[in-house]
Design a protein around this ligand. Structure first.
Ligand SMILES: Nc1ncnc2c1ncn2[C@@H]1O[C@H](COP(=O)(O)OP(=O)(O)OP(=O)(O)O)[C@@H](O)[C@H]1O
Ligand SMILES: [Mg+2]
Length: 277
């Protein structure tokens, strides 16, 4: 179905309102680096500190949906309908199971959205427009992007104020990172001039691994303060929690994984306060 083109006035309104609500795209085109684990557990730990959080699942794999305790096989609506303009976001968002945050869920249907959106007006801005009515509802919107630089990811990057990049400190990590930085630059030039890099998060980190230490040092040299001080260790409890539809805070609060995501939320909140964002 067609969409009304948004007027310039509409976008000015979005821009001024977005200051209150911090929208972060959690992205890395490389698969399996910890994007979804970060999206779910950061949503849970930020909401535990009384932040109002919305988690948007932009991945047809729907791992963030399931990991939030929401059954993807039993949805009354999903991000797919929101992107296609068939349902408002307020009709499809649900509460995460047992955590204090909201989820805009996804399922396999979302894979078709890539093609179906191609002919729609403002196809890169569909998510941005959908979030426009909710600037008062949340302190943080976390967008879990799929492992591709696709139209879905571009929607995430266009809606966001900043990107959070989870990465493993491995041999090819820096190469992949430069592709991602180029994509961020392109989106900045064409779609979202104020898009920033919020931070780089080292995931599945093992300090006994000398390669990890080397890559980590290179990251610091190149990105300085953009690299979070908090690292997420490799922790089996983090891998187990989603199969129970639980965040790590619910599954094992005392685990190293839970403590790391709580520390990350603290670091983000401190940074935001310092930067008056
Ligand atoms: N810190 C960690 N310690 C141990 N296992 C982890 C950790 N972080 C993530 N995992 C596991 O690694 C796998 C990949 O993680 P995750 O799904 O979060 O990555 P992703 O970047 O979202 O993947 P995709 O690109 O497929 O969306 C999962 O099985 C997850 O449980
Ligand atoms: Mg994922």
């Amino acid at each position: 179905m067609g969409a009304r083109p948004a007027s310039r006035a509409t976008f000015d309104h979005i821009k001024s309102d977005m200051k209150m609500m911090r929208i972060l795209a959690i992205t890395n085109q490389k698969g399996g680096v910890g994007k979804t684990t970060t999206a779910v557990n950061l949503a849970a730990s930020l909401s535990a500190t009384k932040q109002r959080v919305l988690l948007v699942d932009l991945d047809p794999q729907a791992n963030a949906t399931m990991g939030s305790g929401v059954d993807k096989r039993n949805l009354s609506g999903s991000i797919y309908q929101v992107l296609l303009g068939e349902k408002p976001l307020s009709n499809v968002r649900v509460r995460s199971g047992g955590n204090d945050y909201d989820v805009v869920p996804a399922n396999r249907e979302l894979a078709g959205a890539e093609i179906e959106m191609v002919d729609l007006d403002e196809r890169e801005k569909r998510l941005k427009i959908a979030l426009q009515c909710h600037t008062e509802d949340y302190d943080y919107v976390l967008i879990d992007c799929p492992p591709a630089l696709s139209l879905l990811t571009v929607n995430g990057l266009t809606a966001a104020q900043a990107v959070m990049i989870p990465m493993q400190c491995e041999y090819f990590a820096l190469e992949g990172l430069s592709d991602l930085v180029q994509t961020v630059k392109r989106v900045r030039e064409h779609l979202n001039p104020t898009l920033e890099i919020e931070g780089l998060l080292r995931t599945m980190y093992d300090p006994r691994n000398t390669l990890a230490l080397q890559v980590s040092r290179q990251l610091m040299d190149h990105f300085g303060d953009k690299v979070y001080r908090t690292v997420i260790p490799r922790n089996i409890r983090l891998a187990e929690a989603p199969s129970h539809g639980l965040s790590i805070m619910q599954y094992d609060l005392n685990s190293k994984g839970a403590q790391a995501y709580i520390a990350l939320a603290g670091e983000m909140l401190n940074r935001r306060q310092e930067m008056h964002l």
